[in-house]
Design a protein around this ligand. Structure first.
Ligand code: ADP
Ligand code: 5GP
Length: 183
């Protein structure tokens, strides 16, 4: 599972790991009530749900965990995770800190939590601005949330500083291999 403050590099790192491990690793597609951004596609980037649909599924116990992040609801569908565990497959999750800790609580040793930390708050701000997906106000909110999120890092199995992308990917793959060998 990958958590990081917004802009910490989760999507970028997961995309690259999935590219290198295509047909090997799976990706857990989350449900969310937030609107699609840019060219995001339903069923590829997220399951985009109305609030009614989200609550219906949550109440039917279809989610392993759910949380409110930056004002929207997010959840991890239970079925895909349970299937991956039963099939002894690796499934990557892009998840906020509350969700990551909740999944770890439920899955114990089956879960491995990686926290991606930006090299500095300044570089986090620059990356958020360069991404050009959020307004100035949203970026300010995300930067202040980042301070709180970083406090959870110590609960994680591994903290990786996402400085040079290539090094981050190498470190991520090596940590996952190490974890598999321990199981
Ligand atoms: P998150 O999914 O955690 O919100 P993103 O993957 O969208 O973060 O990354 C935020 C921005 O930072 C993107 O524009 C991305 O291209 C850039 N980025 C991610 N990792 C690195 C890195 N190691 N070096 C430089 N830029 C990076
Ligand atoms: P974004 O809307 O930028 O894609 O994601 C916002 C935040 O929601 C990120 O911190 C991301 O990790 C988190 N997130 C995405 N999917 C889930 C999920 O299924 N559960 C939880 N708890 N957080 C999620």
């Amino acid at each position: 599972m990958f958590s990081a403050p917004s802009g910490g590099g989760k999507s970028t790192v997961i995309q690259e790991v999935m590219r290198q491990k295509v047909n090997e690793y799976q990706y857990s597609l989350s449900a969310t009530t937030r609107a699609p951004r840019g060219n995001e596609v339903d069923g590829t980037d997220y399951f985009f749900l109305t609030r009614d649909e989200f609550f219906k599924r949550r109440d039917a116990n279809e989610f392993l965990e759910w949380a409110v992040v930056h004002g929207n609801y997010y959840a991890t569908p239970r079925k895909a995770i349970e299937k991956s565990i039963a099939d002894k497959q690796i499934i990557l999750l892009d998840i906020d800190v509350q969700g990551g800790i909740e999944v770890k609580k439920q899955l114990g040793d089956e879960a491995f939590l990686i926290f991606l930390a930006p090299p500095s708050m300044q570089s986090l701000e620059t990356r958020l601005r360069n991404r050009k997906t959020d307004s100035d106000e949203i970026i300010k909110g995300r930067l202040s949330a980042a301070f709180d999120e970083m406090k959870y890092a110590k609960e994680y199995d591994s903290i990786i500083i996402n400085d040079k992308l290539e090094d981050t990917i190498k470190q991520v793959l090596s940590e996952i291999d190490k974890k598999i060998n321990e199981l």
